[in-house]
Design a protein around this ligand. Structure first.
Ligand code: GTR
Length: 437
């Protein structure tokens, strides 16, 4: 079987598996079968000392936890001297019936014409002249998929996705335009006063296991990076690194208030959004949509997708060290609540979906609760409840959570909560009143 069709089959198979609500395939979907576990305490340092002050948190414990995630889960990306070259291919064209201005920027990561490039697509609210807050997130099959807008540059890189999404042999075609528009309600987002920016994850690293021969890994000049030894960063680390390069760009974009940028992502890109917010404090808020295993879900629960399943099906996503925890979750020095804690005191929102058992909605909710003590220590409201909200109800303070009815997806209900959450944290009271009217 050819590599491309093999990966397509694997992808479809995983999607199929995620819809099976039983313990088929050795996966557990029953709460009663969740093993007993003890979570590592984010507020107890490696030397056993309790963390009682914000100062202790920032000066030592937070650094310890960040290092553990780098070493054992996502891997490191070495410092690089790459000086990104900007090419604004479209300055600001009226779009979406005049409600938005569309800008397209190519960020070339290196001096060579052949260096990897990020094609960034941005829609700004047309009715606001000053800098606005923004949402940024990577997409799965190219920028052209987020709106049926013929002016969006068609992605030329390898993408996941199949013919039903207008992707043929992993190359997006014209038929892919707007195929993911339901996940990107751009018109509503700009109407609420936010810019929205996106780039294709495959611009940074194509989503298949090829020992990192392509994408940005080649830039890092560390041979172990290519071999994916031990703690070398995998694909999620590369995607996350790219989001930080997009933030570098925002720092110079006068139309975006780079101090009010929420990084958002769905599924594997939700894992990426969380890791990005954890690593890079310039992101003011983080939104994880159905991120599941290696995202917001607690690994120790072994519910739905397990560490072994994810490392087997996607051997390139995490660092090699993470594989030592296959069927050995209790040995992990961290769990995913500690990933959320790294984002504190910045707002974080975790969203699950009722039918998305593969991503363990309960494990995602419990991670929120287990990160709450760190948020409280840092003087925020944290998560304002100890009970799980009913389906289609959102509980929000500095941390937010909802369980949407339906499958693994990003829907308008999800975005409504994200917009309200962003309004709460990013907009002045006056602006909020006007926008919701
Ligand atoms: C699944 C994978 C999940 C999630 C999802 C997605 O196949 O098992 O971890 O990342 O793909 O990204 O849609």
């Amino acid at each position: 079987m050819q590599k491309n069709s093999f990966h397509e089959c694997l992808y479809l198979w995983m999607i199929f598996m995620s819809t099976i609500p039983s313990s088929a395939h050795g996966q557990n979907y029953e709460e009663a079968k969740v093993p007993e576990y003890t979570l590592p305490d984010p507020l107890v340092a490696e030397d056993g000392e309790s963390v009682r002050t914000a100062d202790q948190w920032f000066s030592s414990r937070r650094k310890e936890i960040l290092e553990l995630f780098r070493r054992e889960v996502y891997g490191r990306i070495p410092p690089t001297t790459v000086s990104p070259q900007l090419n604004v291919t479209e300055q600001g064209t009226p779009a979406l019936d005049g409600s938005a201005l569309r800008r397209q920027v190519t960020i070339r990561l290196g001096e060579e014409p052949s260096s990897p490039k990020i094609d960034l697509l941005i829609y700004y609210p047309a009715h606001i002249t000053k800098a606005t807050p923004a949402f940024v997130g990577l997409n799965f099959i190219g920028n052209q998929s987020i709106q049926a807008d013929p002016q969006i540059k068609l992605c030329e890189n390898w993408t996941i996705g199949g013919e039903h999404e207008g992707v043929v042999d992993h190359r997006p075609t014209e038929a892919s335009r707007g195929k993911k528009a339901s996940r990107w309600p751009v018109k509503e987002i700009v109407r609420r006063g936010y810019a929205v920016a996106t780039a294709h994850c495959g611009d940074l690293d194509p989503d298949f296991d090829d020992s990192f021969k392509n994408g940005v890994h080649a830039l890092f000049g560390n041979p172990s990076q290519k071999n994916h030894d031990g703690d070398s960063g995998g694909t999620i680390a590369a995607w996350s690194w790219g989001l930080s390069r997009i933030m570098d760009y925002f720092e110079h974009d006068a139309k975006i208030d780079h101090r009010r940028v929420a990084v958002v992502g769905h599924s594997r890109l939700g894992k990426t959004a969380l890791w990005t917010g954890a690593r890079d404090p310039r992101f003011a808020a983080v939104i994880s949509n159905n991120s599941g295993c290696g995202g917001a879900a607690l690994s120790r629960r072994q519910f739905g997708e397990t560490v072994e399943a994810i490392n087997t099906n996607f051997p390139h996503w995490f660092c090699t060290n993470f594989k030592t925890y296959n069927r050995n979750e209790s040995a992990l020095p961290v769990d995913q609540h500690m990933l959320l804690s790294l984002i504190a005191p910045r707002p974080v929102y975790v969203a699950s979906a009722t039918e998305d058992l593969w991503a363990d909605p309960q494990g995602e909710f419990l991670a929120v609760l287990a990160a709450d003590p760190v948020y409280k220590l840092l003087g925020t409201e944290g998560f304002p409840s100890t009970t799980k909200p009913k389906p289609d109800e959102s509980t929000q303070a500095t941390m937010g959570y909802h369980l949407r009815t339906g499958p693994h997806d990003v829907r308008w209900y999800d975005w409504q909560q994200y917009l309200d959450f962003a309004d709460h944290h990013f907009q002045s009271t006056d602006a909020k009143k006007k926008k919701r009217k």
